[in-house]
Design a protein around this ligand. Structure first.
Ligand SMILES: [Zn+2]
Ligand SMILES: [Zn+2]
Length: 344
C-alpha cells in the first residue's frame, strides 16, 4: 500500500522487494494491524514521514533474509517488533529505554512499513521479538502498538497495583487493552466512553464500572464518586484535550496520569489543571511504545491466560480493503482491531 501525497487514496502496486542492511532483516508480513497512527500519518500529521510512503507499523511475520552482521536471527524465525525500534547504541538504549531511542527506527513512519508483503527491519538483534509457538500472527500483530503501549502505561509507568482504582478514558483499542491489563493486575477499572457498545466491551474485559460521558453531567465527578475520591491511576487512551483534562482532573491526591492517546495537529497542546498537579502532587507520564526486552513479561501473562489479546482482534482484511479502512478511519467505528493479511 503506497501513497505519494498526504490525504490521497493509497494504491496497491508492485514495488521492488526490500533487502536487509548489514544489521537488519527482511520479514515476510503475515499480519499487520491497522491503527489510528496510520491515519494520522496518511493525513500528514507526522513529521517523520517522507513521501512517497508505505504505511504499517504493527506487524508479525517470518524472517526471510538477514544482513551479514545479524547474529540472533535466521530465516524461518517467527517474529514481531515494537513500533519504536531502538538503535542499541545511544544513551537511551544503553539505559534500557529503547522506546525513547535517540535514533529511532519506526517501520511505517521513519521508513517504509508493513502494509506490504515484505518489510525491512533495521537493528534486528536489538529489536526483533520471538513469537511464542501458541500465538497466532493476527493476535501478535494486534499487540502492535496499542496493547504493548498500554502494558507499559499500566504496568511500568503507572505502577498499577491490586485494589487501586484505574480510570480509562476512551475504550477503543488502547483503552480496552489497558482495561484488560489493569484488571489482570487486580485493579478496579472504570471505563469511560461515549459509545454504549464500547462500554459493553469494557465491562466484558473486566471494567467494574463504566461511565458514558454523554449521560452524566460531569465525567470527573462521576469517576470521583465511583472511586470514593478519585482514581489512583488514570489513562487518556484516546488523545483528546477533553479526555486528557478529565484524566488528570479525576485523580485522587498523589495519583498518576498516563497519556497514551496521541495528541497531534491542533490538539498537541491541551490544557492541564497544573494547580491540582502541584497541590495534590499528581504525577504525569507519557507512554511511548515498549522495549523489546519487556515482551517476555507480557508473553508469560498471555501464555497463562491472565491476558487474552485475541479478544481485541476484529476482522481480517486484504490490502485493498485495508486501504479503504485507512482512509475512512476518522469515521471508523468498528470495535476491535482490524488486521490486514497481505497474502489474501
Ligand atoms: Zn538508541
Ligand atoms: Zn499503532
Amino acid at each position: 500500500m503506497y501513497y505519494e501525497a498526504f490525504g490521497q487514496t493509497p494504491v496497491i502496486t508492485d514495488l521492488p522487494d526490500p533487502t536487509p542492511d548489514d544489521g537488519g532483516v527482511v520479514v515476510k508480513v503475515m499480519a499487520t494491524g491497522l491503527c489510528r497512527s496510520d491515519w494520522h500519518g496518511w493525513m500528514g500529521h507526522d513529521p517523520d514521514i517522507a513521501l512517497p510512503h508505505v504505511p504499517g507499523h504493527e506487524l508479525a511475520g517470518v524472517v526471510v533474509a538477514t544482513g551479514r552482521n545479524v547474529t540472533r536471527w535466521k530465516e524461518g524465525d517467527r517474529v514481531t517488533v515494537p513500533f519504536v525500534c531502538g538503535c542499541g547504541g545511544c544513551p537511551q538504549c544503553d539505559s534500557g529505554n529503547h522506546q525513547v531511542c535517540d535514533h529511532q527506527f519506526q517501520p511505517g513512519f521513519t521508513h517504509w512499513g508493513s502494509f506490504a508483503e515484505y518489510v525491512a527491519i533495521r537493528y534486528a538483534d536489538v529489536n526483533l521479538v520471538r513469537l511464542p509457538e501458541s500465538l497466532d500472527y493476527a493476535t501478535a500483530a494486534s499487540l502492535g502498538c496499542r496493547f504493548v503501549t498500554s502494558f507499559r502505561a499500566v504496568v511500568d509507568q503507572a505502577r498499577t497495583s491490586a485494589g487501586q482504582w484505574v480510570a480509562v478514558h476512551g475504550c477503543g483499542g488502547v483503552g480496552l487493552s489497558a482495561i484488560m491489563i489493569a484488571n489482570a493486575l487486580g485493579a478496579n477499572v472504570i471505563g469511560i466512553d461515549i459509545g454504549e457498545d464500547k462500554l459493553k466491551l469494557a465491562r466484558e474485559l473486566g471494567a467494574v464500572a463504566v461511565v458514558n460521558s454523554t449521560k452524566v453531567e460531569d465525567t470527573v465527578e462521576a469517576v470521583k464518586e465511583i472511586s470514593g475520591g478519585g482514581a489512583h491511576v488514570s489513562i487518556d487512551a484516546l488523545g483528546n484535550p477533553a479526555t486528557c483534562f478529565n484524566s488528570v482532573a479525576n485523580l485522587r491526591k498523589r495519583g498518576r496520569h498516563v497519556q497514551v492517546g496521541l495528541m497531534l495537529g491542533e490538539q498537541a497542546t491541551p490544557q492541564i489543571p497544573m494547580s491540582s498537579v502541584i497541590a495534590n502532587e499528581l504525577e504525569i507520564y507519557g507512554s511511548h511504545g515498549i522495549q523489546a526486552h519487556r515482551y517476555d513479561a507480557m508473553w508469560s501473562m498471555i501464555e497463562h491466560g491472565r491476558l487474552d489479546p485475541r479478544k481485541l482482534v476484529g476482522k481480517t482484511v486484504n490490502l485493498e480493503q485495508g486501504a479503504a479502512a485507512l482512509t475512512d478511519m476518522d469515521n471508523f467505528t468498528a470495535t476491535g482491531i482490524t488486521v490486514i493479511d497481505p497474502n489474501i
